[in-house]
Structure formats: structure tokens, C-alpha cells
Design a binder for this molecule. Structure first.
Ligand SMILES: [Zn+2]
Ligand SMILES: [Zn+2]
Length: 377
């Protein structure tokens, strides 16, 4: 039996071809076949290509449905196909196993074509189980705004599962090592036959690691894992954003039976700054100026990450105007962002006597040439 024939199973409803119900008896199938075979036989339809192809179709249907074993397999394939492999694409079979055809001539690639993304990039073919890996862990640290901008190295203390110090994470007593799991032969998975399909399940003995511990370590009881506090130095890159995660490879939970450990992720919380905000790689700051500075123009001092700089506010600057100071922002790939300075005209809450007098004079001058506001004087 070759792949093309099996492939046809997915595409052709042989019951329909023979015109019998799915629960037809062997005798009914035989009877239906005989009738159709006679009708479309090439001897009875010389030169009729249509009849010839119908005859072939009817013969193929009978080859499968007329054979008890083949019919059983055909039904299973059709049921599987109809159920979309028992769930959402990528979901695969219950138990997280993989599926493959028992028939060595059937190419899994054909199945992949038929079921689209079902097989995805994973489980295509007959590769060995991935060795069980320890879980990833996460912790969080807070850094000052300035440190996040300049980059820094922060000590992190983290309490959680870590490789046992007695056995080095293997779970095996000192002087011994984990051995190949006898149940799965080290593959980490065992086969479960489902008729024509063969599903693989994670091995129950070794939980997929492919290895077992015969003489457990006394300290960790064979798990290879112990809860303890570890200290790390975490390098925080310049310009790091709030919420970014830094990966410490291999610092996560130890893998079972000495398997590969997971990673430890350190989430960075950047403390807010007193006056700097952030928009992507640009920094923001609100700069208060006086009415006189905005109206007459002035050189004002603006704080930046590297100390104050002088910025020119031109005469007649409106409230809320944004100025961009190039390269005074956060570090980004290939350079630095800008500092966006939003000018805000401040109304003084308290006035000195000379200020008050000057403003009254200004008010008197304004009354001599009143400006229309909102259509009224
Ligand atoms: Zn096993
Ligand atoms: Zn141990």
C-alpha cells in the first residue's frame, strides 16, 4: 500500500461510491459492488472513458470496504479526518502526544498537507521527544530612573528552586548517576496504538526526561531541586524600558533527572522620575516659564540627564509649545532619543509689590487698545 492510495482515503467516500450506508453489511457491500461493476464494466461500455473511471472507482471502493481489516482502518482514518484531529489546529491529540502513521509507506508530509497547519513546525516526522527542561522563573527588580538611563549592574537576591548542592541537580546520590529509563528506552515517550494511528505519550515513568534516578540523593529526595536563595549580578542595559525582561539563561528551575534547567527572567521596574517622563526613546519634561519670558523671549535653563542646558525661548512663544532637544533622550539602538520640552506659562500665585505695579500698568495699557476675545470686548 502506498501513500497515494491512503491519501485517496481522505478524499473519497467509498460508501458513497458504492451507494451503501456506512453501516452496510459485508453482503450489502458485495451486492452493490457487483451491480455497479457490471454496469460500468469496460466490456459493456467500449470506448466510454467516463464509465471506465467509474469502474476503477468502484473497484477501489470494493478493495477497501470488501476487506474487513482495511474497512476498519478506512473508517478510523475518515473519523479522524472528520473530527479535525480532535480539536483546534495545533492542539493535537489529548495528552499532548504526537501522531504518526503506523504504515511506514505513508508520508507524514502528506498528512501535513491535508490538514494544513495542524502539524505546525512541531511534531512533524518522527523525532525523539525533547528532553524535559526545567521551568522558567521570574523575579522583579526596581531601578532608579537615572540608573535605567545610564545602565547599571544590580545585585538580585532570588529565592526559589535551584539545583541541589549535594547532587548538582542530577537527583542521584553522590557517586551514582541517573540511568536510561527502561520504560521508554530514553526517548521520553511511549507509543499508544489507536488502530491505524500511533500516538505517542509522555513516558509516565520518567515524565519525558528519558532518565530515571535509581539511588536518590538524600538531600533533595531525588528531585535534583532545592529551594534556596541565590544572588546574581544583573546587567541592566542603558535606556531599558519599564517592564522589560532580562533573561538569565539556565538560572531557572533545574530539569528533572539532571535535565536542562529553565531560565530566570528578571523584570525591570523603572521608578518614575521627579520631572522626566518617557515616550519611546524620547524623554519629556514640562518647563514652567513666566509670562514675560514667553512674551519677550528668553534663554532658559532646561534640566537634562547630563545636567542643565540653555534653551532659547523665542519671543511670542505660546503656552504648551513643544521644543525638541536632539540627542538628549534615552539610549536606543544606534543612538539616543530626544528631549521634548513642553513650555508652560506660569501664572504667579503671589506677586511682589513692584510686580503688581508693573502688571497694573500693563493692564491699563491693554485697556487703551482692547482686544476682542471670543467675539466680545
Ligand atoms: Zn521514560
Ligand atoms: Zn540532591
Amino acid at each position: 500500500m502506498n501513500g497515494d492510495v491512503r491519501r485517496e482515503w481522505f478524499e473519497k467516500d467509498y460508501y458513497q461510491v458504492l451507494g451503501v450506508p456506512k453501516n452496510a453489511t459485508a453482503a450489502e457491500i458485495k451486492k452493490a459492488y457487483r451491480k455497479l461493476a457490471q454496469k460500468f464494466h469496460p466490456d459493456a461500455n467500449p470506448g466510454n472513458a467516463d464509465a471506465e473511471s467509474r469502474f476503477k472507482e468502484v473497484s477501489s471502493a470494493h478493495d477497501v470496504l470488501g476487506d474487513h481489516e482495511k474497512r476498519k482502518q478506512y473508517d478510523q482514518v475518515r473519523d479522524m479526518a472528520a473530527s479535525g484531529f480532535g480539536g483546534a489546529p495545533g492542539g493535537g491529540f489529548p495528552g499532548g502526544g504526537r501522531v504518526r502513521f503506523e504504515d511506514a509507506n505513508f508520508d507524514v508530509g502528506d498528512l501535513g498537507d491535508l490538514f494544513g497547519g495542524l502539524f505546525g513546525g512541531r511534531g512533524r516526522g518522527r523525532g525523539r521527544a525533547r528532553p524535559a527542561r526545567g521551568a522558567d522563573l521570574e523575579t522583579e527588580i526596581a531601578v532608579a530612573f537615572e540608573d535605567a538611563m545610564s545602565g547599571t549592574t544590580v545585585p538580585v537576591r532570588f529565592e526559589g528552586p535551584a539545583a541541589c548542592e549535594t547532587c548538582g541537580g542530577s537527583g542521584a546520590a553522590p557517586g551514582t548517576s541517573p540511568v536510561t529509563c527502561p520504560q521508554c528506552g530514553g526517548s521520553g515517550e511511549t507509543a499508544v496504538n489507536q488502530g491505524v494511528f500511533q500516538m505517542s505519550q509522555t513516558c509516565t515513568r520518567c515524565q519525558g526526561s528519558g532518565r530515571i534516578v535509581e539511588t536518590p540523593c538524600q538531600t533533595c529526595g531525588g528531585s535534583g531541586s532545592r529551594r534556596r536563595t541565590r544572588s546574581f549580578q544583573v546587567k541592566v542595559p542603558a535606556g531599558v524600558k519599564d517592564g522589560a525582561r532580562i533573561r538569565l539563561a539556565g538560572r531557572g528551575e533545574p530539569g528533572p533527572a539532571g535535565g536542562k534547567p529553565g531560565d530566570l527572567f528578571v523584570r525591570i521596574r523603572v521608578r518614575p522620575h521627579e520631572y522626566f517622563g518617557r515616550k519611546g526613546s524620547d524623554l519629556t519634561v514640562d518647563l514652567p516659564v513666566t509670562y514675560a519670558e514667553a512674551a519677550l523671549g528668553a534663554n532658559v535653563q532646561v534640566p537634562t540627564l547630563n545636567g542643565p542646558v540653555t534653551m532659547k525661548v523665542p519671543a511670542g512663544t505660546p503656552n504648551g509649545k513643544v521644543f525638541r532637544l536632539k540627542g538628549k533622550g534615552a539610549t536606543k539602538r544606534g543612538g539616543k532619543g530626544d528631549l521634548l520640552v513642553t513650555v508652560g506659562v506660569e501664572v504667579p500665585q503671589k506677586l511682589s509689590k513692584p510686580e503688581k505695579e508693573l502688571l497694573k500698568q500693563l493692564q491699563d495699557v491693554e485697556k487703551e487698545s482692547p482686544r476682542r476675545r471670543l467675539g466680545v470686548t
